[in-house]
Write a protein that binds this ligand. Structure first.
Ligand code: PLP
Length: 380
């Protein structure tokens, strides 16, 4: 990536830099690959990055939104997204969040329990409204990813167990203020093995067969998101292989007549276009190590501390011979480490450092621990 270093002058570090061109190239690729398939739709998972300028680009590309809270529904509406393209999942939807979805007229609620279904029915009845509902089914399909980001195993808190699917659908059909419109799934995040998506597709085929035997028709299949990005090769693979991803579903999931297929990608849409830009404060020569202490910390980018994630680290200033550093932040936690034994061009106070592939689950997860300022973000 060619960083516009001249434009960084005068911007206070740390900050997020979002590459507008890469974002738009990624959106164009998704649009092109989606259009190869009949009835395929994308709802961008807004929790990955809810920066308003980023959202406007995604909205302009014509996609919908996958929200997991009332705040996200509101942010999507503020960014100009069509309520009719918003889907809303979450194991614990509060009454005000359900009411917001009903008032806005969102495309559907992805319902995760019968208890929730009954509350949505009551709240919709109170408004003389009908809620469109998909059931989030827990497919008991594993994903080859970090344990904290698998969501589709029977032990996870998400969704309705497969055994209970027919009961749930029949309950929904019997409720006056609920319209049952489909099935929803999401097995996890940062998945790079297409076999995981293939397993989900095959499980959905079985579930569809079961429903068909009972004469139950399903209009919409939503397979969630989860496509991963190449954290170890942001320049070699700036755009994920959307063709392979959509083709995997096209090949393995048997859509029934007229059925619409929905995707909820987050990370794959915005991950590679973002970098956290930080400055070296001190190079500390300790007895066994050298530390490059930077002004960004886990409060700005928590993924390394939370998921053992690694973001490629690049010195944008120095071109000297490489030395070895632990790159650490200023926060009072031992887990505030961005990289150990990193080989970087010799670092000096004031050097600009880029933490790559930070467009997803970066800015949005920032917090003010240690009374720090929230990082700003610039789309340029
Ligand atoms: C987080 C989430 C997504 C998006 O996951 P990515 O790995 O960012 O693609 C999609 N659907 C649901 C329900 C989610 O919770």
């Amino acid at each position: 990536m060619n960083f516009p270093i001249e434009k960084f002058k005068g911007i206070e570090t740390p900050f997020y830099y979002y590459d507008r061109k890469l974002l738009n190239d990624t959106l164009d690729t998704i649009k092109k690959e989606l259009s190869q398939h009949q009835g395929y739709h994308l709802h961008y998972a807004i929790k990955a990055n809810a920066n308003i300028e980023v959202l406007r680009e995604i909205q302009k590309a014509g996609f919908g939104v996958d929200a997991v809270s009332g705040g996200e529904i509101q942010r999507a509406l503020d960014a100009g997204f069509d309520a009719g393209k918003i889907v809303y999942a979450g194991v614990g939807k509060a009454d005000w969040e359900i009411n917001l979805g009903l008032d806005a007229g969102i495309f559907c609620f992805n319902v995760e329990s019968l208890e929730e279904l009954n509350i949505i029915n009551e709240l919709a009845a109170a408004k003389g409204n009908t809620a469109k509902v998909c059931f989030r089914i827990n497919p008991n399909v594993g994903a080859h990813t970090h344990a904290n980001i698998t969501t589709g195993l029977a032990e996870n808190k998400f969704g309705i167990a497969m055994e209970d699917m027919e009961t749930a659908v029949k309950a929904a059909v019997a409720l006056a203020n609920i319209e049952f419109i489909g099935l929803h799934f999401h097995i996890g995040s940062q998945i790079l093995e297409m076999g995981d998506f293939e397993a989900l597709a095959k499980r959905i085929n079985e579930l569809q067969d079961r429903l068909e035997e009972q004469g139950i028709k399903v209009q919409n299949i939503n397979v969630g998101g989860g496509l991963g990005i190449a954290y170890d090769d942001p320049d070699g693979k700036p755009i994920p292989d959307f063709k392979k991803y959509f083709d995997t579903y096209a090949k393995n999931l048997q859509l029934r007549e007229g059925q619409q297929m929905h995707f909820e990608l987050g990370r794959a849409v915005v991950g590679q276009m973002g970098s956290l830009i930080t400055r070296v404060l001190y190079v500390k020569h300790a007895h066994v190590k050298q530390f490059a202490i930077v002004d960004a910390g886990m409060s700005d980018l928590i993924r390394p501390a939370l998921y053992d994630a690694h973001h490629e680290i690049q010195n944008l200033t120095s071109t000297e011979a490489e030395e070895t550093y632990d790159v650490v932040g200023p926060i009072c936690e031992s887990s505030d480490v961005f990289g150990k034994e990193e080989k970087l061009p010799a670092c000096h106070r004031g050097d600009l450092i880029a933490l790559r592939s930070a467009g997803a689950y970066g800015e949005i997860m920032a917090c003010q621990y240690n009374c720090r300022k929230l990082p700003k973000a610039y789309l340029m």
